[in-house]
Design a protein around this ligand. Structure first.
Ligand SMILES: *[C@@H]1O[C@H](CO)[C@@H](O)[C@H](O)[C@H]1NC(C)=O
Ligand SMILES: *[C@@H]1O[C@H](CO)[C@@H](O)[C@H](O)[C@H]1NC(C)=O
Length: 330
């Protein structure tokens, strides 16, 4: 009678250890909550977080260099975009909203944009390969707050005629991935709060995600651009109830929204394509992987992370989260 139970136990333990091995913690303990992650190649990783902190590894996460940007020790850097081992832009979200750039590996930072307007709260930015990028912020006077650069973030201007948002509809600053700059230089973004929508080219599409609260809605959009054909996966849910596994993922293909068969196992703040069919999504309650375009998700770890990203020029996937935690997916 004992034997089958024992085999089942072995099977379960093996399954657990396989899953545990998929996420390898590289470092933790730095006093910063990381939400900005930019993986330039398999070895070069930049992160940005609370307490004005930026981290960089040039050896695939074996060693890390940590910087606290002078004068920004109490500020939150919620997103980072790195171009190489010398050049990166970061954002300090509010009061004032500021974008900073380094060209010497983080030794010094120049403020390249500052908006002291009351209520300014910038959430995320994203760049295409030609140096055009957009920053999304919380709406001001009912319209989306959008900044544009065409020179890799050296200069920014506020966009006019941006989409109108509903009362209580806003954007999260949870992982720097709710806005996407298309190859043609236009942008799309997803929202949360009282409404959850997908905005692109002036059109707004409702998303079948949890909505109606302050902590509900879309947090992240992964985009596969193939000429004019866009395949997207949006994740979110309710960050105040991060184990609720409904209304947290939607697939959009050719403008049609469908729900997954088995969604991610909780609120997810970030989603990323690994190739045309595989995806990773992470949140404070765990990490899921899909190998069928987001239709079915498998929980690979209950370790919490805010953000995940595959190397822009490479294949290694890194994750980052609270308490300076950084990991890689094996
Ligand atoms: C940065 O990248 C350049 C070019 O890829 C390389 O030559 C250099 O060794 C790297 N590291 C540092 C610390 O500059
Ligand atoms: C995508 O990645 C998965 C998992 O690594 C792999 O099994 C699959 O063959 C890949 N698909 C393509 C189209 O490359």
């Amino acid at each position: 009678m004992l034997k089958p139970i024992f085999s089942v136990l072995i099977l379960i333990l093996t399954a657990i250890s396989i899953n545990a091995q998929q996420i390898e913690i590289l470092t933790k303990g730095q006093p910063t909550s990381i939400r900005g992650l930019s993986v330039v190649n398999d070895n070069l990783v930049w992160v940005a977080g609370s307490k004005g902190t930026v981290g960089k590894s040039e050896d695939g996460g074996k060693t890390w260099e940590w910087i606290q940007v002078p004068g920004f020790e109490k500020r939150e850097f919620r997103d980072i975009e790195a171009f190489d081992n010398k050049t990166a832009v970061i954002m300090a979200i509010t009061e004032p909203g500021e974008i900073l750039k380094t060209t010497n590996g983080g030794k010094s930072w120049n403020v390249v944009f500052r908006d002291t307007t009351k209520g300014v709260f910038i959430d995320a930015f994203h760049f295409n390969k030609k140096g055009t990028g957009y920053t999304i912020g919380d709406p001001i006077d009912g319209t989306a707050y959008v900044l544009k650069t065409t020179d890799n973030g050296n200069s920014w201007t506020r966009e006019k005629n941006t989409p109108s948002l509903d009362t209580g509809e806003a954007c999260f600053a949870s992982s720097g991935t709710n806005i996407f700059t298309k190859a043609d230089g236009s942008y799309l973004f997803v929202t949360g709060g009282r409404n959850a929508r997908f905005h692109s080219g002036g059109a707004a599409t409702p998303l079948p995600l949890l909505k109606g609260g302050e902590s509900t809605g879309a947090n992240s959009v992964a985009v596969l651009e193939n000429g004019k054909k866009m395949t997207m996966v949006v994740v979110g849910g309710d960050f105040a109830k991060d184990t609720v596994a409904t209304g947290n993922c939607v697939l959009i293909s050719n403008g049609v929204s469908t729900l997954p068969v088995q969604g991610p196992h909780g609120y997810r703040s970030c989603v990323e394509f690994l190739n045309a069919t595989s995806l990773i999504a992470c949140g404070t309650s765990g990490v899921d992987v899909s190998v069928d375009g987001g239709k079915n998700w498998k929980l690979v770890s209950q370790e919490g992370f805010h953000v995940c990203q595959k190397a822009k020029n490479g294949k290694v996937v890194y994750l980052a989260g609270g308490n300076g935690k950084i990991a890689r997916l094996n």
